[in-house]
Write a new protein. Structure first.
Ligand code: ADP
Ligand code: MG
Length: 255
C-alpha cells in the first residue's frame, strides 16, 4: 500500500448514529470519519454528547441506530464481541481509575496478562518500555496513591497502550488535574500523536486541540455542527453556534 493510500485509510467511521438515554436524545445522527494515524478533536459545550460519542465508538454504550465501523469491521452488526472490540480501542477518562491495591507495574500488566494471555515476563518487559518512554520507570513498584495526579493519568495512558490498541480515545483526560500537572499529560498525548497513533480526543484544551488535531469537530446538542482543520475551524468558524462557542472560550481565556 502506498503511503497516500494508507493516509486515506478510514480507521473509524460513524454513520448516522443515534443514541438516547430514556427520553433524552443525546446523539442525533452523527457522521464522523477518522483516518488512520490522524488526530480528531471533539469540542463543544458540556452536555453536547462528546463523551457519549466516544463511548459509542468502543461499545461502552450501544447505539440505538446507525453504524460504527472500526478497521472496516462493523461493530454495530450483530454477533460482534464487544470485549474483542475493546481490546482494539483504548480509552482513558478524566478519572484515572487505577487499581489502588496494585502496583503501577501490576496495573499496567493486568489486562495484557488476563485478557490477552501474555506471559508475566513479556508483559513486564513491554510495560517497562512504556514506563521508560513516559519517564515513569522509577514508579513501577509504587502504588497509585504515591503518585501525583499527572503521573497517575500517564499511567492510565500507559495501561491502555499496553493492550496495543489500534486507536486511543481520550475523554477530557486533563480535566481532573491541577493546572500545573496538565502539561505533562498533554505532552504524553502529543507524543502518541507524533508516533502516528490514531487518536480521538474530547477536550476543553482548545490550544492543545488546535496544535495537535488534524481535524476538529464541533458538537452541539448531539450533532456535529461543523468540522474542519483546526486552522480553519478555530480562525474562521462558519456556523453561528461554533462562532458563539469559540467567542465564549476566548472570553474565558481558554484560547
Ligand atoms: P459531554 O461529554 O459533551 O459533556 P455527554 O455525552 O456526557 O456530553 O452527555 C450528553 C447528555 O447525555 C447529557 O444530557 C447527559 O446528562 C446525558 N447522559 C450521558 N450519559 C448518560 C447516562 N449514562 N445515562 C443517562 N444520561 C446520560
Ligand atoms: Mg464529557
Amino acid at each position: 500500500m502506498s503511503s497516500a493510500e494508507q493516509g486515506d485509510l478510514q480507521l473509524i467511521e460513524l454513520r448516522d448514529v443515534f443514541k438516547s438515554f430514556g427520553k433524552n436524545e443525546v446523539l442525533k445522527g452523527v457522521d464522523l470519519t477518522v483516518r488512520a494515524h490522524s488526530v480528531v478533536g471533539l469540542i463543544g459545550p458540556s452536555g453536547s454528547g462528546k463523551s457519549t460519542l466516544l463511548r459509542c465508538i468502543n461499545l461502552l454504550e450501544p447505539v440505538d441506530s446507525g453504524s460504527v465501523f472500526v478497521g472496516g469491521v462493523e461493530l454495530t452488526a450483530g454477533g460482534v464481541d464487544a470485549d474483542d472490540v475493546r481490546k482494539r480501542i483504548g480509552i482513558v477518562f478524566q478519572s484515572f481509575n487505577l487499581f489502588p491495591h496494585l502496583s503501577i507495574l501490576d496495573n499496567i500488566t493486568l489486562a495484557p496478562r488476563r485478557v490477552r494471555g501474555v506471559g508475566r515476563r513479556p508483559a513486564e518487559e513491554a510495560a517497562y518500555v512504556l514506563l521508560d518512554r513516559f519517564g515513569l520507570r522509577d514508579k513501577a513498584s509504587s502504588f497509585p496513591d504515591r503518585l501525583s495526579g499527572g503521573q497517575q493519568q500517564r499511567v492510565a495512558i500507559i495501561r491502555a497502550l499496553a493492550m496495543e490498541p489500534e486507536v486511543m480515545l481520550f475523554d477530557e483526560v486533563t480535566s481532573a488535574l491541577d493546572p500545573e500537572l496538565v502539561g505533562e499529560v498533554l505532552s504524553a498525548v502529543r507524543e502518541l500523536a507524533a508516533l502516528g497513533m490514531t487518536l480521538v480526543l474530547a477536550t476543553h484544551e482548545m490550544g492543545f486541540c488546535r496544535d495537535v488535531a488534524d481535524q476538529v469537530a464541533f458538537l452541539k446538542d448531539g450533532r456535529i455542527v461543523e468540522q474542519g482543520t483546526p486552522a480553519k475551524l478555530f480562525s474562521d468558524p462558519q456556523h453561528p453556534d461554533t462562532q458563539q462557542f469559540l467567542r465564549r472560550v476566548i472570553e474565558a481565556g481558554r484560547l
